[in-house]
Every structure is written in C-alpha cells, then in structure tokens.
Design a protein around this ligand. Structure first.
Ligand code: CDP
Length: 788
C-alpha cells in the first residue's frame, strides 16, 4: 500500500493559494528578510510529500512557463557542479537537492528562482514530480532489525541503518557494582523529538559580485566564521575563496542551536547567486521551519542506577538509541558523537558508570541539534534526575535527602567524575537548601501527606542538575577540525571611545550589554563609550559562534584577557606621561596614579589620546588588543529547581502551583540578563515537559506540522517563576563566571516530571515520558481506578 501523505505540506493537493496562506508568514520581524538589494531574485522550495520515495520524473515545464520564473533548480543541476551533497557537522553527508530519492517528508526536492517572492511560490505549485514510494522506517528500533530496508543506499558499503556505536566509562567496574548492589532501579525513558521554534525562521540573502568575485551572505547563523570556512571548503572548486566570502549575521531572532547547521536553502541561494550574478533571497516559512529543519533530542534511553539501602548511590549504566533521521547532522564537537551525554552522572559522587549510545538512520529530517543545551546535556540531566527520584521512591526516602546524601561535596572540587569530566567548582547542597527554604519544602511535604489522605493529588519534584558549558578546551573540542576557542578584539580610539568585536554571535542574549560591562569594569571606560559588534566575518575576529552557553565561558574570558593586555600598555603610557616607574603606579577604575600621590594621575581617556599623540619612545602607537581564548577547562554551572504540582483527578490537568529555581553560574556579569535567561529557559523547559513533541505516523507523515498541534507554551500556560542564585565562582575563568543561557531549559523538565510522578507514585505510576499531557495523566488515573 502506498504511504498516505499529510495534507499539511505545501503544494500537495490543497487549493489554498500560497500567497494568501497564513503559512506564508516568515516569522516576526525577520532582519535577514529586511535586506533588500536592487535586482534581487527570490527562491522558493518544492518539498516532498513522501518520507521515502524514488523520484521518477520532475516536470518543470508548467513552472518555467510562468512569467517571472527564471529557473527551476534540481539535484541534477547541482550534480554538474558536485554540489548536490554537502558534509554535515558530524562528517556525514546530506543532500542539498536529491538526484534519485527523497528521505523524509518535507525534504527539499527542487528550487524555483523568480523575480518576485509570490511568483516563486506559484512556480513551486506548478512543478510536477512523479514519485515511486519506498518502504518507510520511522522507528529506530525497527530500523535496526535485520529485515529493515537499508536507507542510505548512496553509501556503497552500507548494509544496515546503524550509524555508529559509542561508549564511555568503565564497564567492568560498573557491572561489578551492579552485581553487588543492595538496590537497583531501571527505567526506559524516551526523550522525544522537539523543535526550537525560534521567533524568526531561517533564511539568507546571497549576493555574488561577479566583478570582484566576492560573495556576501546575510544569513541566520549562530556561527558565521565556521559557516564561511565550510562554504570555502565545499565550494572552493567553483571559485569561492575564503577571503572573498563575507558572512553577515544580523539580529537573527533566536537560534537555540537550530541556526548552527547549514540548510540546503542557504546553499541553493548561494549557488543561484553565483550562477546569475544577482542577489538571491531565500526565507523559510513557519511550517517549512517546523517540518524540515534539524530537530533536537529523540533519545531512547534505558537507564539503571545502583545503590545501597541507606540511599548511597554507587553506579549508573545507560544504553541509548539515538534517532538521527536520515543523516547524522548533529551539531556536536567532532570527538563526541553523543555530545556531552556522558555528563549523565550529574551532581552525584558515583563510583563507576558506563554509557553506550548507538546512532540510527530513519526516514526523518536530521536530528541531534543542541537545543538550548550543551550537546545532549538535557538528555543526560533528565535521565539522572529521573533515576535519582526513582531510587528515592523505591527506598521510601525523601528525594531531597537522597540528593543531599550523594552530592559531590564542596571540598571534593575540582572533582573528577566517574565518566572523566573534571568539574571546576560547586556547592550543590547550598543551592538545594536555598530552594527548599524558598519553597517551604517541609511544610509542603506535610500538606502533601494530608492531601493524599483526602484523595487529592499533589506532587513535589526536584531537579538538582549540573551543566557543562564553554566548549571548549581545544585539546578536546573541535567542529569539523576547527578548534573550539573564541576571540575578542578591542580597539581604543584617540578620543577614548572603544570598539570591541567578538567571534561569538548573540541571538538575543544581550552580549552588547554584558561585553561592554566587562570592558567598562576592566578599563574604566563608561559603558556608553563602548560599541560591541559581532556577526560580520569581514570585521570580527575568528570565533566559533554562540551556542551551548559558550559565550561567557570563552568569549567573555577573551574580552577580559584583551582588556588586561590593554591595561598593561596603558600602564606603560601612563608611566611615561607621569615620569614615574611603572611599578610605582596604582590602578583604580578609569585611571593610573602615582602611589601615595593620587593627584598625579592620568585617566584612561588621557592615556588613550597619548597612545596616538604622545606615546613612549620604543613603544608601538595605538591602544588595542586581541585575544584568542582557549579555556583550560569547561565551566560547570548548576542549580536546584523545585516544582509543586496539583493534578485534577477528573481531567488529568497539571497545574504548576510553585516553581522555585536556584541557579549558580559563578560570578554574574549582569543580574537582570541572567534572570531573563533563566525565565526564558524555564519556559523552554516547560514546553517539552508538558506540550511539545514531533511524532511521525508509520508512513513518515509529520503529525505536528504546524503550531496548531505543535504546542508551544504561551504566557497563559507559563507559571510564575521564582528565581534566585547562589554564587560559586569558576576558579579558572578570568572573571570567575560560568555560562547560564541554557541551564533552565536543561534543568526544568526533570523537576516537572518528578513532581507529576511524585503525585501519582502511590497509584503505581513509576515514570511518564515527556510531554506529560493531560490525556496521558487522565488515562493513568482511569487505569488506577481514580475518578474525578
Ligand atoms: O553563549 P550564550 O550567550 O548563549 O550564553 P551565556 O554565556 O550563558 O550568556 C548569556 C547571557 O548571560 C550573556 O549576555 C552573558 O553575558 C550573561 N551572563 C552573565 O551576565 N553572567 C554570567 N555568569 C553568565 C552569563
């Protein structure tokens, strides 16, 4: 039987004209879409209704007959230039446009180039494609069965759908501890596919200047420099050379990991501009973004935790199937195919652990992006925090008490985890205690017992997570061979004004404010004298971009080091101007003065002017510095979150009554920005916990292809977040700071699930996979004989 197709994909048998269709919305206020150049052409994409099918024929005649349609580009056209495939970040291969067959529903099949956006859309409707459906594989477990169809027939020697096996830790020691354990718990945990759904969709304007041979691309990317290098490597043979490629990433309306990969639309737009010599714009619509861009999570986990009857945890064992869709395009550091999933021992002092992950191909879009997460850390945190709760319940021990008993103690830092990570600093007990005090934990437990006696459903859930951010020390971390460091370039002008440029790229995290604050704090310039720029490869120093909460651990450190270089030179200039020895000078923010004579002083502004007008003999003119910072270690922010839920027995509705979030990201540069990061992050943790999931039916049709059924939380669903901090500085970071951008997204879901399971444990409920919908809870209540 031929697979059924979904009515939700553009261009498949519905009569709504795309130009009148609300799906045409390009996201709110798309800055790349605001780039308009004379003579610009527009690109729109024909997408596959099938999840797996051979392409028998593409008839473009009706499309090219439309006035204003200039060309329909197919995989065969790109094949002539060897541009039909491109490498993924994990050194797999991904189609730009298919030549033989499609691998997932909504995959790009052809691109229409036209003089106008709406004509391009009409062209898309007019392209006629004959497909021959092939058997579809959506379940990674079935994908590994011996009789499963082999999906990647493009790989000559591939005989199955297994991508890689990866393991870490000490198997023997772990097995030994399990055989000796007084108590063990085991659970299957599925962390479903979700989508970042940033406010702006992806897109670009590619403009190739045939006279200068220069390509300029305004694009929605979180990593402009890496993109430039990839473009040069992939398209060097058609004349694109790195020094003549300029990537500009303006405000991009949210990234969250989804704007790290290179999507086919970018490549086709560049190819079209190089071929025509005209600027070409491609902007995704909302549904294309949701259905076809890279996804996060999709981990099928089996976890086991071993311990003693007194609650001491000893060992952790995890096996995981990672559904990568049809290609491994995960945005991971090269050495770690499962990202940093092996931080899964969390905040606990375990003796041994062993983790295995197998990557699998299925007929889905590429998965594995680091959705507001430092490469699979959310999956790791969810697992260990669920398992710790299971163990506490199994032992009849309080969940907070079990955590307190097993936390790595402050005096154990720097701490080498059972899976080889060296945690820099932490005081987990302090964060949990503060959260318990804030929420009134002991009173809540009493209330819960009373309510349970009355048949009411109330739960309290804890998540005491440890994050791992700031990739990275370059000895361990690279992306496609490019080492993961980051950079700052600071120039002080003669009038005491500063321009500072970075290799990172803010997507709304407020770098313009916090980097300026660091410069103000280090050098004494007023914040409003500092201009911060990021995202233009022609001007910014080379860096790896912003994702995985790496900007503060890496680029903010580069900023501090560059400031200190400037201060060293400023001291030399001040000594010359004051006719004093450098060692006799003291610094207070904004000026050097002679020890004991505060009146004999030179302000940083006077020094700036002298750097260009009266600099010391033998010292270079100017006042600027660059730093490429290669961190000695990652930073390990942490936190303790406590969630209190009430569940309606009649409907299964979950009401989050309280949510207290205590975070520790070391020294804070800007408290308001950190609080904003935590608020947004918590809501992005709430979504996957209760609402968000991308599913596919057996034919590979996407079941949540629009925001009608892919449910993002709004202000209505979002509870009042009660936030707070403890402060444990990072010992190796120049400012003692750790990253924070994703902590809340990583830590929140486990607290919510633990609270719901805590409310239902006495009814025999042991685990519920996210998203915990009211329907799931209602069914569990019915099965347990509970009526509203
Ligand atoms: O890499 P990304 O910017 O997404 O994450 P981050 O490094 O955690 O920083 C997010 C924002 O919070 C930035 O504006 C940081 O400067 C700010 N932040 C802060 O003020 N203090 C910290 N300890 C950590 C981050």
């Amino acid at each position: 039987m031929a697979p059924k197709t979904s009515p939700e994909i553009g261009g498949m048998g519905h009569s709504v004209k795309r130009k009148e269709d609300p799906r045409f919305l390009r996201g709110l206020g798309n800055y790349v879409d605001d780039v308009n150049l004379p003579g610009m052409l527009y690109l729109d994409i024909v997408r596959s209704p099938y999840a797996h099918a051979t392409i028998k024929n593409i008839d473009i005649s009706k499309a090219t007959a439309i006035p204003g349609v200039l060309a329909v580009i197919t995989g065969k056209d790109l094949e002539k230039y060897n541009l039909h495939w491109m490498p993924t970040l994990m050194s797999d291969t991904q189609m730009v446009l298919p030549v033989d067959k499609v691998m997932y529903q909504a995959q790009e099949v052809a691109a229409v180039l036209a003089t106008d956006r709406y004509i391009a859309a009409d062209g898309v409707e007019a392209v006629e494609i004959d497909y021959d459906p092939l058997p579809v594989v959506v379940d990674p477990k079935k994908a590994l069965l011996p009789d499963a169809p082999v999906l990647r027939t493009d790989k000559k020697d591939k005989k199955d759908n297994h991508i890689w096996h990866w393991e870490w830790g000490n198997r023997e020691a772990t097995d030994q501890l399990f055989s000796e354990a007084e108590v063990t718990v085991k659970e299957d945990i599925y962390i479903p596919r979700i989508h970042v759904s940033s406010i702006e969709t992806c897109g670009c304007v590619a403009s190739f200047d045939k006279v200068k041979g220069k390509l300029t691309v305004w694009m929605t990317t979180q990593a402009p420099h890496a993109i430039r290098t990839v473009f040069a490597l992939v398209a060097g043979h058609v004349g694109l050379s790195e020094e003549k490629i300029q990537i500009i990433s303006p405000d991009i309306g949210g990234g969250f990991g989804g704007k790290v990969p290179v999507y086919p639309g970018y490549v086709i737009a560049v190819a079209a501009s190089v071929l025509t010599g005209k600027p070409v714009k491609w902007i995704e619509d909302r549904m294309e973004n949701l259905q076809a861009d890279s996804f996060a999570r999709d981990y099928h986990i089996t976890a086991e935790l071993a311990g003693k009857k007194d609650g001491t945890l000893t060992a952790l064992r995890i096996k995981t199937l990672a559904d990568h869709g049809y290609t491994d395009a995960a945005a991971n550091p090269s050495k770690f195919p499962a990202g940093l999933f092996h931080v899964c021992t969390g905040s606990y002092d375990l003796k041994a652990a062993h983790v295995e992950v197998d990557g699998v191909y299925t007929n889905k879009p590429p998965g594995g992006i680091a959705y507001r997460c430092s490469f699979r850390v959310t999956e790791a945190v969810h697992t260990i925090e669920r398992m710790a709760d299971l163990m506490a319940h199994e032992l009849g021990m309080d969940a907070a008490e079990l955590r307190m008993k097993n936390f790595i103690k402050p005096e154990q830092f720097p701490y080498k985890s059972a899976l080889d990570w060296e945690y820099d600093s932490g005081d987990y007990g302090a964060a949990l205690k503060l959260a318990m005090d804030r929420v009134g934990y002991n009173e809540l437990r009493k209330e819960q017992a009373e309510k349970r006696a009355r048949g009411e459903l109330m739960g309290i859930g804890i998540s005491s997570f440890t994050e791992i951010v700031g990739a990275g020390p370059s000895k361990h971390f690279d992306i496609l061979g490019i080492k993961m460091f980051d950079s700052a370039e600071i120039r002080v002008h003669p009038t005491g004004k500063v321009i500072a440029r970075f290799g990172t790229k803010s997507q709304g995290q407020g770098h313009e404010t916090t980097y300026a604050q660091i410069i103000a704090e280090e050098l004494g310039f007023p914040v409003d004298s500092v201009l911060v720029e990021e995202g233009d490869t022609d001007t910014a120093p080379y860096g790896l971009g912003t994702y995985a909460s790496r900007s503060t651990p890496v680029a903010a450190a580069a900023c501090a080091v560059a400031c200190r270089k400037i201060k060293d030179k400023a001291r030399k200039i001040a000594a010359y101007l004051l006719e004093a020895h450098e060692d006799d000078l003291e610094w207070e923010p904004g000026k050097f003065f002679v020890k004991g004579s505060p009146d004999r002083a030179k302000t940083i502004q006077e020094i700036s002017l002298a750097a260009y007008t009266n600099h010391p003999p033998g010292v270079e003119a100017g006042l600027e510095a660059v730093n490429y910072y290669d961190p000695p270690n990652l930073t390990y922010p942490f936190g303790s979150y406590i969630c209190v839920v009430d569940i309606d027995k009649g409907t299964g509705e979950i009401k989050i009554r309280r949510f207290v979030a205590i975070d520790d990201c070391g020294n804070i540069i800007n408290p308001m920005i950190v609080e904003g990061q935590v608020h947004g992050g918590l809501t992005m943790g709430l979504g996957p916990a209760l609402y968000e999931e991308i599913q596919y039916d057996e034919s590979g049709n996407i079941m949540q292809g629009s925001f009608m059924n892919y449910l993002l939380p709004t202000a209505v669903e979002t509870p009042k977040w009660e936030t707070g901090n403890t402060c444990t500085p990072s010992p190796h970071h120049p400012l003692g700071a750790k990253g924070v951008g994703e902590s809340a997204t990583v830590g929140a879901p486990a607290a919510i699930v633990n609270a719901v399971v805590d409310a239902l444990w006495h009814l025999g409920v042991r685990h519920i996979d996210i998203p915990i919908t009211s329907a799931k809870v209602w069914k569990l209540l019915r099965d347990a004989g509970v009526r509203g």
